[in-house]
Write a protein that binds this ligand. Structure first.
Ligand code: NCD
Ligand code: ZN
Length: 350
């Protein structure tokens, strides 16, 4: 029997870019409509490297939410951007604030606004990692090796060997989230490794393989980092996401960039899915015949890993066509949602 409505415990987004200023005001209401909480990425310009900056950014998010009319329903969970110079005391301050929930590792040069990122994790950040391990503060990794000699499609696998395994050997009690995994290698690593490890998976990596980037021509709105991989990897991600394994949970990596910066000679990396994340995930789980596994992935595994209470509210999806808008306002510019103009089989009911 095909079901026509699906009511879930209200989900959370464990990896979200909200930006700042007008862009923040344009996108925050979309995420608040779908999610109760979100882990907010710190890769602003300049990056959010201190607790004081994270608290100020949190206030700007709450003010933007008020303006959008979605104020009460959404809690931003802040993060710090790890640099070579982050002090161990900053981690203690972050923990004491009660508003900072994780620290983000951007290997220097790996992605959008990562210039201030870490150049040598174990060499430069040992004290900080030790403090995080002690305080139970999770490390969120952008898991790509940055050596330009490594093929862009192999960077995640090389990261596991060169960074992830040595890191977790040195700090076995450190909570680590392997963010936006894209390969069978990462899926297997997270499934089988010892200790406190989990992974987030985006909707685009569950729904598309790398052909989507080149279908009928170059399609910049399907370009994100880590880049989409071949079909066998997509299938491995669907397998773990729908398996019920609590190590895998929802993180959209919704990463808005103005239309002009995506449709550009050197287009920015990032897919905007803040508008329709749950519709996209519902399609991926439905296609796999595993709608029954969506609630665990979207609403339970994330808070359980972070040691936070599960939400008490609900979110209902109905099996009705949802036409993704071609574009949306984004300050004075516009933004193109992933798969804009296409129709999805499920929509979030208001
Ligand atoms: C993100 C962004 O635009 O901030 N882009 C992306 O392609 N995912 C950065 C990131 O998470 O890598
Ligand atoms: Zn991201």
């Amino acid at each position: 029997m095909t079901i026509s409505t699906l009511t879930l415990t209200r989900p959370d987004d464990w990896h979200l870019h909200l930006r700042d200023g007008e862009a923040l005001e344009a996108v925050v209401g979309h995420s608040a409509r779908q999610f109760a909480r979100a882990i907010i990425m710190p890769n602003l310009k300049p990056p959010v490297t201190t607790t004081a900056q994270a608290l100020a950014y949190r206030e700007r998010i709450l003010a933007a939410l008020d303006k959008s009319g979605d104020g009460q329903s959404f809690t931003p969970l802040m993060t710090l951007y790890l640099t070579d110079n982050t002090a161990a005391e900053e981690i203690a301050r972050a923990r004491e604030s009660g508003a900072v929930y994780a620290v983000k590792l951007y290997p220097a040069g790996a992605t959008t606004n990562s210039d201030a990122g870490v150049t040598d994790l174990l060499g430069r950040c040992g004290k900080v990692l030790e403090t995080m391990e002690k305080l139970g503060m999770p490390l969120l990794t952008h898991g790509e090796a940055t050596d330009p000699a490594i093929d862009v499609f192999d960077r995640e696998k090389v990261f596991i060997d060169r960074v992830m395994i040595p890191l977790r050997r040195a700090f076995p009690g450190l909570k680590v989230v392997f963010e936006h995994i894209t390969t069978a290698d990462a899926a297997q690593y997270v499934r089988d490794a010892e200790g406190p490890i989990a992974a987030t998976i985006t909707p685009q990596h569950l729904l598309y393989n790398r052909n989507a980037l080149f279908q009928g021509g170059v399609r910049p709105h399907w370009y994100c980092l880590p880049v989409l991989k071949r079909e066998t990897h997509r299938q491995a991600l669907v397998e773990v996401a729908t398996s019920g394994n609590p190590r895998f949970f929802l993180g959209t990596d919704s990463a808005p960039h103005a239309r002009g910066l995506k449709e550009h000679a050197c287009g920015c990396a990032g897919c905007f899915t803040g508008l329709h994340a749950m519709e996209l995930y519902a399609k991926a789980f439905d296609d796999a015949g595993r709608l029954d596994a969506l609630e665990g992935f979207a609403s339970f595994h994330g808070p359980d890993f972070y040691g936070l209470p599960r939400n008490t509210g609900k979110l209902t999806l109905v099996r009705e066509p949802f036409r993704i808008p071609d574009e949306l306002p984004f300050g004075l510019q516009t933004i193109v949602p992933l798969a804009g103009g296409e129709t999805l089989p499920w929509r979030v009911s208001i």
